[in-house]
Design a protein around this ligand. Structure first.
Ligand code: NAD
Length: 240
């Protein structure tokens, strides 16, 4: 492992335009379960798989059930950035990291101080009324009981996340592709690379170094110059 950490450090040292691409595994060390863990827990409590609960058609039909899942599994009150979020924010401050491209919806990269964060799947911190568009903060939704309703028109309030069956934001996608195309190093971490189209974006990377840090194997391991099968917070806390 030490050898791999040293190699990762060397790759970082010789790179100037690093991009990080991550997913739910980046936040597990902050106490937020990843999808697979959610899946496991779901089996005891929910009648539908998470992918279905988090789909647009499900939300439209069963908003109460969606919000039951949201409160049980999506929102983790008091979650704080971990060593992975903090190290990435520090790399950006030093001018080495161009941006974080994340599939996460928890806002922890920004909480750690990262400025240039491309949230492919939106964020739970912003919410809006599906009828009149009025905007609400996370507390409004979290503190409501059952399905939150707009205080202006009574419409259902939903989080500004990309549900299954919905398209990704074109502007965010374009910016992610641009950053990946220009990067000289890509670090992929804490993602199963199973969710498309997000996972397909990494093929836009044409730079020199590709490192992948994930607890379990991914379909893209063979593309990486370096694969570290560990916890990303633990790995990053050994770098400088
Ligand atoms: P995923 O659950 O499919 O995969 C997570 C991967 O991270 C797994 O391969 C796991 O082995 C690995 N992992 C877990 N903890 C790790 C750690 N500490 N260090 C390194 N690797 C670790 O997650 P995904 O690929 O992001 O896709 C699932 C979808 O679910 C995404 O679209 C995402 O938006 C959403 N999601 C988001 C959050 C969040 O915002 N925190 C949480 C759960 C799910």
């Amino acid at each position: 492992m030490d050898e791999k950490i040293e190699k990762l450090q060397n790759m970082l040292d010789e790179s100037q335009r690093v991009v990080f691409f991550g997913g739910a595994g980046v936040s597990t060390e902050s106490g937020i379960p990843d999808f697979r863990s959610v899946d496991g827990l779901y089996n005891q409590k929910y009648e539908y798989p998470p992918e279905e609960i988090l789909s647009r058609s499900f939300f439209d039909r069963y908003p109460d059930e969606f919000y039951r899942f949201y409160r049980d599994k999506l929102i983790v009150r008091g979650a704080k950035p971990n060593a992975a979020h903090l190290f990435l924010a520090e790399l950006e401050r030093r001018g080495k990291l161009r941006c974080v491209i994340t599939q996460n919806i928890d806002g922890l990269h920004q909480a750690a101080g990262s400025q240039n964060v491309l949230e492919l799947h939106g964020t739970l911190l912003k919410n809006y009324c599906v009828q009149c568009g009025k905007r609400f903060d996370a507390a409004y939704v979290q503190d409501a009981s059952g399905t939150p309703r707009c205080d202006k028109c009574g419409g259902i309030v939903r989080p500004d996340i990309v549900l299954y069956e919905e398209g990704l934001d074109g502007d965010v996608l374009t910016r992610a592709v641009t950053e990946l195309t220009r990067a000289d190093m890509l670090i992929i971490g804490g993602t199963s690379l199973a969710v498309y189209p997000a996972a397909g974006l990494i093929h836009y990377f044409r730079g020199k170094h590709l490192a992948l840090i994930n607890k379990s194997p991914t379909p893209m391991d063979s593309l990486a110059e370096l694969v570290i099968p560990g916890k990303i917070g633990q790995v990053f806390s050994q770098l400088h």
